[in-house]
Design a protein around this ligand. Structure first.
Ligand SMILES: Cc1cc2nc3c(=O)[nH]c(=O)nc-3n(C[C@H](O)[C@H](O)[C@H](O)COP(=O)(O)OP(=O)(O)OC[C@H]3O[C@@H](n4cnc5c(N)ncnc54)[C@H](O)[C@@H]3O)c2cc1C
Length: 489
């Protein structure tokens, strides 16, 4: 009898919730229509395509999908979401590993910024106003075509400017020029109350602080003004092959690399170790070949690396060397993978952590036939432009991380089986258990779906989280911009 009542109550609650969500959606649709905000019709081919995230493992169904063409549309969309209690999510390139650009859960109003993709350079001032809906390859090409200008950004040309810049933005010139977010001069933002403001060091400075590392929770940025630089030419691009034959050999190479990155790596040198079935050590040196040889040869020797290629490239060819294809992106964008990923941002890997990492690789990764990798980006150290900014200067907190480590496990076809999660979770656990006193940071731009919201807050923002939560209560008290791992969730 008791069970029957409980079952009836559960069904009633379910029906009430469904009815509530249907009526919210109807109210949202009405509001968007009345305000003439362009939307994609559910079931249309554009809608179906737009709901395909970069990571096909993580899909969501929104309440509505807006494609504004004016700032007023963005403001009206935010007002409609707030009025109908439907959470609002900006989408730029759709490359979030956890599909945060689709809300990270069902039922959001998506505001797709694809129509905000213009790039306008002021060559005299060396600044550029860039729409947040642009993709990196298109943006790099447009910057270069206007006086050979450039900004520091990530390597994948399909990634969106919006998500990358608001949460970090590391690429193969970041040790020299800083992260993408370090080069933002100002941002135009539609707030939760649907007003448009500018955030900069002199206007709404605390909002500007929060946007640079935790932006998704604070508003919809329509465009950024960036500081640009003249693109360097004649860059030394290198790519070596590395085949460690034992855990000890890998540990020796990692120890040498970490020591070099922390203490000796010059700011002109940007590089990464890509450990997988086919391991490479690659990067770019912005200087002369003679200096490159002098700096790199001792390191290569210590790491046990002897074969590879070194070439001299123009700026656009340098970007293309790391982009897995052309810089300019097809429309509609239709490149996807199916994967689970995690990250670590260690200030320092202790000898015990390096041993644990290498032993796990030897025992579990080498025999794994899926297409996994562990990427070590040489992010910090005493000569890194990233580390020369203090951890509380922007919401991005990982200034002292020597390596930016990305753990990635993917399938080339079919679905990713949840039974495979322990492979990467176990690798992280082996490393962190070996140094239990360290609170390892993680990078929200490599969003990890297996983190609880509390774990996400503490690992993504470490000591900056408390201030971010307080600012969230000021700038978005009704939590219009929500997501399972965002600040304030
Ligand atoms: C293949 C690949 C390669 C990558 N390479 C690099 C790399 O080299 N370096 C690096 O640092 N990262 C890299 N990343 C990670 C990438 O930076 C993040 O996934 C980033 O968040 C993607 O931004 P997006 O706009 O494409 O994604 P989206 O999914 O559209 O957005 C990501 C987050 O940003 C928010 N957001 C987007 N636009 C706005 C806006 N206008 N206003 C407010 N919030 C917004 C979204 O709501 C969401 O929370 C890579 C990712 C992939 C898939």
């Amino acid at each position: 009898m008791g069970h029957t009542i409980l079952a009836s109550l559960a069904i009633w609650l379910f029906l009430a919730a469904s009815a509530d969500s249907i009526s919210k959606r109807a109210a949202l649709d009405d509001c968007l229509k009345t305000a003439s905000v362009p939307t994609l019709a559910s079931g249309s081919s554009d809608y179906t395509q737009s709901l395909k995230p970069f990571n096909l493992r993580v899909t969501f169904k929104p309440a509505a999908y807006a494609v504004p063409t004016t700032v007023k549309h963005v403001q009206d969309a935010v007002a409609c979401g707030a009025a109908t209690s439907v959470q609002v999510t900006a989408k730029s390139g759709g490359h979030s590993y956890a599909s945060h650009g689709l809300g990270g859960e069902d039922g959001h109003l998506i505001v797709d910024m694809r129509n905000f993709a213009s790039v306008t350079v002021d060559q005299t001032a060396q600044t550029a106003v860039i729409g947040t809906g642009g993709r990196l390859g298109d943006v790099a090409t447009a910057l270069y075509s206007q006086g050979k200008q450039a900004i520091s950004h990530g390597t994948c040309p399909g990634v969106g400017v919006g998500g990358l810049s608001l949460h970090g933005g590391y690429g193969l010139i970041s040790r020299s020029k800083g992260l993408t977010l370090d080069n933002i001069l100002s941002a135009d933002v539609v707030l939760a109350n649907s007003t448009l403001v500018t955030a900069s060091p002199t206007q709404n400075a605390e909002l500007f602080w929060a946007l640079r590392g935790a932006g998704a929770a604070f508003g919809i940025v329509t465009n950024f003004k960036f500081k640009t630089f003249t693109a360097p030419e004649n860059n030394i691009v290198f790519n070596y092959f590395f085949s460690p034959s034992s855990a000890t050999q890998l540990a020796t190479a990692l120890t040498a690399l970490q020591d070099f990155t922390r203490n000796s790596q010059p700011p002109e040198l940007n590089m990464r170790l890509f450990l997988s079935g086919f391991t490479t050590f690659s990067g770019v040196y912005y200087g002369s070949r003679a200096d490159y040889d002098r700096i790199m040869n001792p390191l290569l020797q210590k790491m046990g690396i002897s074969s590879g290629s070194v070439s001299t490239n123009s700026w656009l060819n340098t970007l293309t060397s790391f982009s897995n294809g052309a810089l300019q992106q097809a429309k509609p964008y239709d490149t996807h993978e199916t994967f689970f990923a995690k990250s670590l941002m260690p200030e320092y890997l202790s000898p015990a952590a390096i041993t644990a990492l290498s032993n796990y690789w030897n025992a579990n990764a080498r025999s794994n036939s899926r297409s996994w990798y562990l990427l070590f980006d040489c992010h910090g150290g005493k000569n890194s432009a990233i580390s020369n900014v203090s951890a509380d200067a922007t919401a991005y907190v990982h200034r002292n991380a020597t390596f930016k480590m990305q753990f990635y496990d993917r399938v080339s076809s079919g679905s990713y089986n949840t039974a495979w999660f322990p492979f990467l979770n176990g690798w992280i656990k082996a490393i962190t258990d070996a140094s239990p006193d360290v609170n390892y940071g993680m990078y929200i731009n490599y969003a990890d779906t297996s983190l609880t919201k509390d774990e996400a807050h503490s690992h993504y923002w470490l000591g900056n989280y408390e201030k971010l939560a307080a600012l969230k209560a000021i700038w978005d008290p009704k939590k219009v911009f929500e997501g399972p791992q965002l600040v304030g969730s």
